[in-house]
Design a protein around this ligand. Structure first.
Ligand SMILES: Cc1cc2nc3c(=O)[nH]c(=O)nc-3n(C[C@H](O)[C@H](O)[C@H](O)COP(=O)(O)OP(=O)(O)OC[C@H]3O[C@@H](n4cnc5c(N)ncnc54)[C@H](O)[C@@H]3O)c2cc1C
Length: 358
């Protein structure tokens, strides 16, 4: 079924809650709908949208917003195929409740399954590409459905060919993820192991390869994907604003990767500010260094900073929130620009937004 709405209000369709409209909103609920759409008659350009959780609408959209509301779900022994419109976290919850390993570390990431393959979503040491086995899409150039091998998608940190040279070409209709009954816990990222130890689900003395949890009688049980999902939901809820309560698009900026020489200069600046023993948080990436953008934003005094109704989230400075509920795109962009310019002046680094500006 195809539904169409002219001059459509997108405020409930983007998690930043920007009050903008598109000329036409089209929703399809089956693959055949994409074949019967009169593409040339649609207001241009066409933007395919999932849950709108990685988008910042900067103004009214002059063209067509297309939502792929295809929501089937088929499970086989070692894989799970999901329509593009299935909420990604529903898949994580279903897999965990069936004791299947694979997506548990990606729990609670907002958005839909179609976009998960565009974005290469990632969290707590796992990325979509690690478990993605097939992508089905409508190729607008060829006018036919294709299967795309994830190995050809150029996946990197929150990026893929869908965001670059393939932009606008493929409309993803379904994705297939690998799931497994074989335990494969990944605990060593972002405090997951500690959260499980604190809740008694993992014994502090447990071997790294075979984490176990204690049961009431003091003996041990294998750790389940649901244990990890629950721990990650707990961590995420403490750090990130729930999209139902406060508008945002998650991490606003990408973490920059710089040369070792540049990093040495940043350490010098940080030690002038914070004392001679101060340690700058960083991760080695080959012969370069990744510096958390949140750390720089915090060091520049932006935690909690406001521009009208937009605010740097006090608990996680990498997130800009629509604190008032009616922040305008210009207020969000104003804050973004202040942050970019201040960090450029202080550290010589240009931050790039992770959130797609439309
Ligand atoms: C509070 C919060 C926390 C977040 N945490 C994380 C996190 O931990 N890790 C992470 O990776 N991301 C995170 N995000 C970002 C976001 O959830 C992901 O990028 C998600 O995949 C976006 O999904 P969506 O359905 O909302 O896509 P949208 O924002 O609607 O679209 C994203 C992109 O995908 C394209 N697209 C969408 N659907 C299709 C389709 N069917 N076919 C072709 N192209 C399509 C769009 O054109 C756009 O370019 C967070 C966001 C929020 C608000």
């Amino acid at each position: 079924m195809i539904t169409k709405h002219a001059h459509f209000d997108l405020s409930t369709r983007n998690t930043f809650r920007m009050r903008v409209r598109c000329a036409l909103f089209v929703e399809v609920s089956a693959e055949e709908d994409l074949l019967s759409l009169d593409w040339d008659a649609l207001p241009q350009p066409v933007l395919v949208m999932g849950g709108g959780s990685n988008l910042l609408f900067t103004k009214d959209f002059p063209g067509t917003v297309l939502h792929v509301g295809i929501c089937h779900s088929e499970r086989s022994e070692e894989s799970w195929t999901l329509g593009a419109g299935v909420v990604f976290d529903d898949f994580c919850a279903w897999a965990a409740s069936e004791g299947l390993w694979g997506p548990e570390n990606l729990s609670l990431i907002p958005g839909e399954c179609g976009a998960s393959a565009v974005q290469n979503i990632g969290a707590y040491g796992v990325e979509a590409k690690d478990i993605l086995t097939d992508i089905r899409a409508y190729d607008r150039v060829e006018g036919r459905f294709v299967h795309i091998d994830p190995a050809t998608c150029g996946y990197g940190y929150r990026t893929s060919r869908f965001k670059t040279e393939w932009k606008g070409r493929y409309i993803i209709t379904a994705v297939t993820y690998r799931v497994s009954c074989t335990p494969q816990p990944k605990l060593d990222y972002g405090g997951v192991r500690k959260a499980l130890e604190d809740s008694g689900k993992v014994l502090p003395s447990a071997s790294l390869r075979d984490p176990v949890r204690a049961n009431a009688s003091g003996s041990t049980l294998p750790l389940s994907p649901k244990d990890i999902r629950d721990a990650i939901i707990g961590i995420r809820n403490q750090k990130l604003p729930a999209v139902e309560e406060m508008g945002s698009a998650g991490s606003f900026f990408c973490n920059p990767v710089i040369s070792r020489e540049h990093f040495r200069r940043i350490v010098e600046t940080a030690r002038k500010d914070n004392g001679p023993d101060y340690e700058v948080p960083h991760y080695e990436v080959g012969d370069q260094v990744k510096v958390p953008a949140a750390w720089m934003i915090d060091q520049c005094g932006f935690k909690g900073a406001r521009s009208g109704g937009a605010q740097v989230y006090p608990k996680q400075p990498l997130v800009i929130v629509n604190a008032s509920g009616n922040a305008s795109p210009q207020e969000v962009i104003g804050l973004e620009q202040q942050i970019i310019q201040t960090i450029e002046r202080k550290y010589g680094i240009t931050l790039h937004p992770e959130v797609e500006h439309v």
